[in-house]
Design a binder for this molecule. Structure first.
Ligand code: PLP
Length: 399
């Protein structure tokens, strides 16, 4: 991660195809496009990559989450269970629909804890969102079981785990609906873009309509199409799709590089007493987009981050005080800072955030260090980094 590090002539060729015929929109203009349908082609490639029957490209990963939920009928007043550790997009996408995000603890997978999910279910719960953070996954069998037994949708946000698998199945393809982001810093990028994947044909058709103003996409006269239901505009452009098309074909290459770099770093830290690694559920294979490990306590993690900085080790974070990824600093959510009025139902639905504490999440996130695995590092650079990381950690833990 991120795919932009290795931009090449392959991306340029796809983009130039689009510029050469001048059709930047994914729908219509059939005569002008000289056979170029980049968004459609990318959807076909993604269906193969993610072993899913249907793929709907959209304008972002955040849009993908909203479109996925909307396509399955989640909306005003419905509760969606989601983790305390994720990107802010998760609650944004839920609240966009007038639904209520119900935050629950993560476990040592860094994804939502199945027990915490089960405890949070109410008659209003419609969906459970598992966010496959930092290249790995939650306890998918247990989460599926909870959802099945309570007749809830399982929605996977696999934005940070493109290319990871569980029991041979790509992440994103396991829940009822999966969401991907191809924003600028993801493993494969379109610049901006996202996708909803599903094996449910009805959800797919809904996503296809909803992401384009409710257009039914029947026939070849866009102006004559009917609107089976209200929609919105979450379209991707052909230019963005073109970049993604070149990138998705390179995903196996990207994952192989991530795996090599991750493995060198992990091996260097493996035998340091006091360092433990995030749990990857049995049958899970990471995308190797991040290396995550735990230290004995918050103080140690802070000292290690400082030591990393002193030694020139960049791209490693502790998320405890991070306002993008962890509940503790989401004050705009807790205080409901909104440009426009928020419904009574959502206001009431979020009152729990004034008092609820998340000790279990705190205990993992305060001790966690998350290191981005870059694609552009040479093997020598990774080995040097591995040495510096191991030295830094040892110097903190032995002092
Ligand atoms: C990046 C990301 C998103 C949002 O994707 P955008 O394309 O930036 O809107 C959602 N969830 C997670 C976990 C992400 O990492």
């Amino acid at each position: 991660m991120p795919g932009f590090e290795l931009f090449s002539d392959l991306e340029r060729k796809e983009v130039n195809d689009v510029l050469d015929n001048g059709v930047l929109m994914r729908y219509g203009f059939d005569g002008m496009r000289k056979g170029h349908w980049k968004a459609k082609e990318l959807e076909t490639e993604l269906a193969t990559t993610f072993k899913s029957n249907h793929v709907q490209l959209v304008s972002s990963g955040t849009a993908a989450v909203s479109v996925a939920l909307a396509s399955a009928g989640v909306g005003a007043g419905d509760e969606v269970i989601m983790p305390t550790f994720t990107f802010v997009a998760s609650f944004e996408a839920i609240m966009m629909l007038g639904a209520i995000p119900v935050l629950v603890d993560i476990d040592d997978t860094l994804s939502v804890d199945p027990k915490a999910v089960e405890a949070a279910i109410t008659p209003k719960t419609k969906a459970v969102m598992v966010v496959q953070m930092c290249g790995s996954m939650g306890h998918m069998d247990a989460l599926k079981q909870v959802c099945d037994s309570h007749h809830l949708l399982l929605v996977e946000d696999a934005c940070q785990a493109i290319g990871a698998t569980y029991k041979g199945e790509p992440l994103g393809s396991i829940g009822d609906l999966g969401c991907f982001s191809f924003d600028f810093v993801k493993t494969i990028t379109c610049g901006e873009g996202g996708a909803v994947v599903t094996n449910n044909k009805d959800y797919y058709i809904n996503a296809d309509h909803y992401s384009d103003h409710g257009h039914d996409h029947i026939g070849s006269d866009r102006g004559a199409e009917t609107h089976p239901a209200l929609g919105y505009n979450f379209r991707i452009s052909e230019l963005h799709a073109a970049v993604g098309l070149a990138q998705v074909r390179r995903l196996p290459e990207f994952i192989a590089i991530q795996k090599r770099n991750y493995t060198i770093l992990r091996n260097a830290l493996e035998n340091i007493s006091g360092v433990t690694f995030r749990t990857v559920p049995e049958g899970g294979v990471e995308s190797y987009a991040f290396l995550n490990f735990f230290l004995p306590n918050y103080e140690a993690s802070q000292k290690v981050i400082t030591e990393f900085k002193n030694n020139g080790v960049d791209a490693c974070w502790n998320y405890f005080d991070n306002n993008w990824h962890y509940i503790r600093k989401w004050n705009h959510l807790k205080d409901l800072k909104s440009l426009m009025p928020i419904s009574k139902e959502v206001k009431q639905g979020l009152e729990y955030l004034q008092t609820k504490t998340f000790e279990q999440s705190d205990s993992y996130i305060s001790r966690n260090i998350s290191c981005l695995i870059k694609l552009s590092w040479t093997e020598d650079e990774v080995r040097e980094r591995a040495e510096k990381m191991a030295e830094s950690i040892r110097s903190v833990l032995n002092s």
